[in-house]
Design a protein around this ligand. Sequence first.
Ligand code: NAI
Ligand SMILES: N[C@@H](CC=O)C(=O)O
Length: 817
Amino acid sequence: MTQTNTLDQVDFAQNNLEKHSVNVHKFGGSSLATPECIERVIAIIRQHCQLDDIIVVSANGKTTDLLLSLHQLALSGEPLDSSLTLLQEQQSALIFALLNDGNAGRLARELAQDVKQLVAWLAQDPLAFESDILALGEVWSARLLSALLNERICGSYYLDARDFLVINNARECRVDNALSKAHLASRRQGQKLAVITGFICKDETGHSCTLGRNGSDYSATIFASLLSAKNVTLWTDVDGIYSADPRVVPSARKLHRLPNAVAQELGRLGNPVLHKKTLQPLTDNIGGSSHLHVASSFDVKAAATEIGEFGQIARQELSVTHLNDLLLVSCEALKASASAELIARLSPVYSDKKQGQLVILASEQQALTSALAVLGTEVTFTPVSLIAAVGYQVALRLDIYGRFKRALKNDRVLRFVNSEHEHSIIALLPQETTAELLNKVHHEIVKDARHLGLVVAGLGNIGQRFLELLPGQLSRVPALENVHLVGLVSSSKALIHTDGLDVGSALTDFNEQATDYTNQELLGWLKHHPYDEMILVDITPSEAFSFLYDKFFDLGIHVIGANKWAASADTQTYRTLKAKAAKSGSLWLGNTTVGAGLPVNYALDDLLNSGDDIMEISGVFSGTLSWLFEHYNAEKPFSGLLKEALAQGITEPDPREDLSGRDVQRKLLILARAAGFELALEDINCQNLVPKSLQKLSTEAFLQQADELDGYFEQQYQQAKEKNACIRYIARFSLEQGKVKAGVSLEVLADDDAFASLTPCDNIFQIKSLWYQDNPLIIRGPGAGRDVTAGGLHSDLVKACQQLVNKQHQVTLKGIN
Ligand SMILES: NC(=O)C1=CN([C@@H]2O[C@H](COP(=O)(O)OP(=O)(O)OC[C@H]3O[C@@H](n4cnc5c(N)ncnc54)[C@H](O)[C@@H]3O)[C@@H](O)[C@H]2O)C=CC1
Ligand SMILES: N[C@@H](CC=O)C(=O)O
């Protein structure tokens, strides 16, 4: 990505918004309530905005409430002094706490002028000037932030939306797009940040109007629509949209991506963050190509919820919402076609023309009563509430329908209804929806809906087999039900689809579509992935790739590694990685790093968990060396066998990794660490079987000259044979009188030694411990190869997913809790 005009180049790498078009950022009242909050907003703007972006603001804190109460006091003829003083003091406090003396003085003078005007309006005709009075909060907020940006970051100007935003239907807040767009274009200044008032606009006659409470979100999406902005971010006091109101349902989980249609339905049915009108300008005017983000200004690092057009995975998200204080309206006149316009105007929560029934908010009763009075018919109002399961075409999903009904089976339900577009199943209740009921329904509907992303790095011998097995595993294992393969990564190319790759054709798609990538880009994507959990399976042999674990754990990514580098890194690095993984709750599994699919790492873990102490671990740890020495009888040259082992996929990509003993040395270190010992690679003596002359060559050159190995192994074999013995490469670790001894080397063993007669490629692990002293625990079986290693990785994947699907989500709502 190449970007221009960023406000903070250093931090820009962290910015996930696309920069090729305008972005709109809206800050709500709670995000601008105090000088500390405004400082946070400044930091967000510095990091996330570019010149030419649009900042939309609500009034600071509770300013609008205070203006409203002044308006009410004036209407009822009560004294205004104390409220006026409080209002002016609050604004002055912000101005003087944040701005330099010159600017503070200027804004304080403008504030005094405005308060004078306010007093005049309140005295003259508070009803006529209601919108002008309420508009002051946004004006002050925008003026202050713009002055602050000018002081601290870059050129900025503030715009009063009443200078350009025209509505031609005040009741429905319908915008005159053409006029507003032209006026806005003429007022924008290039290369500066615009701070625009939310909530307010003007009508065709030029009078001030408001867009209703919470209208600033609507303002933001209107401006985005006028400017064809790519992204709108609502910076607020919650960090996204949850599967239910998290203040009532503690197990609610954040919805990372929501299709427009579902978000609209949520807004309609009472979601506390999304409002009915907010999304409308985006979906109506720019074909849904603009995305809406809901992010926390109190916790910028928390992943936001993104709303837009997405593929299949986002369409699986489910949530539960509720609305109390509703009325079921029954009226004969509603059956007539003449009532269609009235119904459309009211946009009720639910309507049934055939039955002559509507469900409306209780607050709309008066408006409806007057509208129906004209028709002179009898109307009955019955208090009701609703609870709804919301998700993409959820009404067509019989399993969800069944669960929804089951959850409500002990509660009185007036009726179940579907919304027009099938994105919700609604139950109308004759009683209030309680917290208890909401939790019960949420548990039933959302219980297994945690989505886990999967990235596979390393698409060689083992990686390909892992992918071949993946479709079968996904369809067979319940714990993998919500696992989505989203990325494939090789040493130079990557294919990442946030909406999921087709597991059946992933490798072919990779070969056709993968593009060059950098680690920075990979980490950037991982930082903002929209899944509940992300698992990365490292099937590379790369030390360089293992250096990224540090970053993966910082990001809370879970790692399953066949790669041995990180688990056998130097003591300090290993300790740091373990600590980071623990701190961020990342799982780090690596059963295949030793013995491929054999459960040796798990066995050691289990022994320690059972209170056991490990005293000795020994055996044949290399599939390659097992295969070679079990087959070798000096008839075929040793080098020929080595090439066969390479072709069978048993060896490391460079077979010298096996022959040098390094691979076995690493495995012994990994096991010793798993057994609770703090060891380094240097503490393990290692006999290198590669002669010096072959050590520094490229892999290809080594294989060409591999016959230089033959003489040495023939000699070793014959010498052992003369003693009725054989040669085997053995790993030994022991704790003797508190001292650790560890080494890996070629040993001469009696033909009947337990380590001597293995099936070629088998590993054997002999573990002596407190519980298994005289009769050691033995684990034996194939210790390398495509199937067992890919299978072992799948076993780790299932273990990880079993833990992750049940992981409780920690909900933090800064600013609310
Ligand atoms: N062969 C076996 O039986 C066993 C192998 N392993 C381990 O599995 C891993 C893979 O082994 P193989 O599949 O045999 O190797 P391979 O050489 O066939 O495949 C390695 C793959 O990793 C990719 N790669 C290399 N560096 C990379 C990087 N920096 N970033 C992303 N991708 C990178 C390569 O492009 C290649 O696709 C190794 O760590 C090996 O030690 C573990 C247990 C058993
Ligand atoms: N090359 C290794 C593969 C497994 O780690 C071996 O031969 O054991």
